[in-house]
Design a protein around this ligand. Sequence first.
Ligand code: BES
Ligand code: MN
Ligand code: ZN
Length: 497
Amino acid sequence: MKINVMKGNIQETTADTLIVNLFEGVTTPGGATGAVDKALGGAISEMIASGDLSGKSGEVGVVYPRGAIPARRVLVVGLGKSDGFDLEGVRKSAAAAARKARDLSARHVATVVHGAGVGGLPPAEAAQATVEGTLLGLYRFVEFKTEEQKGEIESLTVVEVDANRVAEVEVGARLAEMVVAGVSLARDLVNLPPNYATPTRMAETAQEIARAYGMGLTVGDRQWAAQHKMGAFLAVSKGAVEEPKFIILEHNGGRTDLDTIVLVGKGITFDSGGISIKPSERMEDMKSDMAGAAAVLSTMKVVGMLNLPLRVIGITPCTENMPDGTAYHPADIITASNGKTIEIISTDAEGRMILADALVYAGRYQPMAVIDLATLTGACVVALGANMAAGLFCTQDALRDKLMTSSQATFERLWPMPLWDDYKQKIKSKVADMKNSGGRNGGVASSAIFLKEFTDYPWAHLDIAGMALAEKDDAYILAGGTGYGVRLLVHFLRNWK
Ligand code: BES
Ligand code: MN
Ligand code: ZN
């Protein structure tokens, strides 16, 4: 969709569909909504007076101007209560209005920036949220639908009446476009079925990003991983016929003068559990076990688009976890690339295995921070709930604070979890340095303490098990892959200094 930014009065624009807004409890609309209301002879205030329009969050009223202005329809989206209205409210309202517009077969849509007027939000951020909400709310995964879908909106024009704000609105809108390109890629990769989203497909995606933005790329296969003594990564991939790919993307790879951040993403393209096989109920959800890798590759794309002045490295170990005659067994003892030995209790605790070698590899870059994203434990979903927050484990207060700030700004929620050394007892092994499962109780923390064994730098671990998939549509997050983490990481990297 083409995004335009324009200075002007929205009621005068030639779009077929206008989007204005209304706070709950307002009886006489002001600002752009007031201007449209006036041009329509008070049609909007009349709808409010008759109780047909309340301004409740998510509500979308439709008004037909019938020639009074160039547009064929005006959508009035509810913003909810003005008290406590924030950027998340902007994103939700924009998404509700955009979906209604598409349902009505709108082709050219003009919208105000939600929340920048009476709402008092900074224009650039409000514009970014308006465009993000719009585009994310319109996301669809239709690659495998053979019947015709409702047509797409062709253009969105963001109309700003105040000349002093247009430049900021433009900045916010352009940033939103880039962020959404990343989130949409992450959603696509998660939504792609495991027979398409193979490790090879992940590597192809990385290659497209490397080419487009001039990044360094390494794609390691089994032989490469063996040369790097990545026994933990290789153990998981043993049972898979699909070739595993250990992917490394480097943005400004040679620039050791820049601050270095490494992003690591779990890329299990299908988690059957392996020999410790999962029950078949909802096993199909395990196509999303590469959501961490999807978020990292997609964030790298946005890093490239923004050409951020940082050295950013994206590492995504990708493989299937499958049962087979060649698969690794419970009781196997595996040696990771740092020489530590791991007793396998469950082959279904595979995420920490592939991350172990990836975290060791991250150390080569002497990073200021390493952040890993992983759909690591069902225990995290039990603790925090699905689609509520990712569990955040962090070894450095400053890093944790930065991540929490980005979490609040993007509403990609994180919740702090403990990394107490006492959890180490849970993964003590009689025969090896550690075992790969600490049992049911405290399963989210014992997985994190396992990973910590492979780090020697400021590190944050995000357990995104509950965040990768949504069961139903909710404002700008649609059923299926959520793209969780991309907006968070982009905000974090943009605000690193
Ligand atoms: N990929 C799963 C975790 C998961 C569960 C993600 C539900 C999303 C939704 C992971 O590999 C796994 O199987 N974890 C086990 C660990 C256990 C064997 C120690 C789990 O959580 O049961
Ligand atoms: Mn598993
Ligand atoms: Zn898994």
